[in-house]
Design a protein around this ligand. Structure first.
Ligand SMILES: [Zn+2]
Length: 315
């Protein structure tokens, strides 16, 4: 029985139409080659599709408004996840701790919001939309537009990628990313740790102020450090301060800012502070820290009398 079923050739060896063993072997080789070709082809197609769907777009999950290339998914807000505090040793020197935000609230453009300093309670901002979906504090809309116009005049293309972000939106991003990482098999502690490397906690993002913007370029639309090698970044580094903006999270200053290097994140601090920060290489935290010391020890010496921009804004 078994022998007969192996091949039709065994049923009737004398049949004229029966293929020879040589032919059968040849057909088997041909079939094997075809099968291998199909398997390889299908695997390649599947890999291509997977890379297209799941591949790293070149940056980390981030809210980038209308030109979004990546959405952390699935976004499952889990508001009752208990936060695990960052180890204090991660912040060796934090002059921001010494800044009393309430004393500078009248100087709206010097407000400090950081991983260690929450947005003040009852904070409100009047927004102006720069694009269809991206808005900033109405008071910096003009300087921001002038910055973009100046770049264009110099032949530099910039792209506004993030601007104002509500605490609720930050909550979605933050907890959504934690959920995503947990679903991928990370422990909650590790998911929180990894998330805090890239997302501020709700209430702690500078984007809540409406004074922070993320700027990239059409040639480099990704939130990666490699943005620093672009003409756009070179232009911003040299010119942003002339419009009151600073590179807020410089390289190797995480011990002070609490945020890793972000060559795309610029913050409006007013013309005078921007000039001084540009000149000294300080962070905003250091600027505020030294300014506070100066104010306390040399109260009778007014260093900031020449620029109207520096005066507290009337409400
Ligand atoms: Zn940013």
């Amino acid at each position: 029985m078994a022998t007969k079923r192996r091949s039709p050739a065994y049923k009737n060896p004398s049949a004229r139409t029966m293929p020879s063993k040589k032919h059968i072997a040849r057909r088997r080789v041909l079939a094997a080659v075809l099968l291998i070709a199909i398997v390889v082809g299908v695997s390649f197609a599947v890999l291509l599709a997977a890379d297209f769907i799941f591949g790293d777009p070149g940056g980390y999950p981030y809210d980038n408004g209308e030109q979004q290339t990546y959405t952390p998914d699935p976004i499952i807000p889990s508001n009752n996840i208990e936060l695990i505090p960052i180890a204090p040793s991660e912040y060796l020197y934090t002059p921001g701790d010494s800044v009393d935000n309430s004393s500078i609230t009248e100087t709206w453009y010097l407000i400090l919001v950081s991983p260690r300093q929450a947005l003040p309670e009852g904070f409100a901002v009047e927004l102006e939309y720069i694009t269809g979906t991206l808005a900033v504090d109405v008071r910096i809309a003009d300087p921001l537009r002038r910055l973009f116009a100046a770049a264009t005049a110099d032949g530099i293309s910039l792209t506004l990628r993030s601007a104002y972000r509500s605490v609720e939106r930050q909550r979605e991003l933050f907890y959504g990313n934690i959920s995503r990482l947990e679903n991928e098999g990370n422990s909650r502690e590790r998911a929180v740790y990894l998330t805090e490397m890239y997302f501020a906690r709700p209430g702690h993002s500078e984007h809540h102020t409406g004074l922070a913007v993320d700027i990239l370029s059409p040639a480099h639309p990704y939130f990666t450090e490699a943005f620093e090698n672009t003409p756009a970044f070179a232009w911003l580094s040299e010119n942003a301060h002339s419009f009151g903006f600073i590179l807020r999270y410089p390289r190797d200053r995480r011990d002070i800012t609490g945020i890793t290097y972000e060559p795309w994140h610029f913050r409006y601090v007013g013309l005078e502070a921007a000039e001084e920060i540009f000149r000294t290489g300080w962070t905003l935290e250091e600027f505020l820290f030294f300014r506070q010391i100066n104010t306390a020890t040399a109260n009778d010496v007014d260093d900031h009398n020449e620029d109207e921009e520096y005066e507290p804004e009337a409400e």
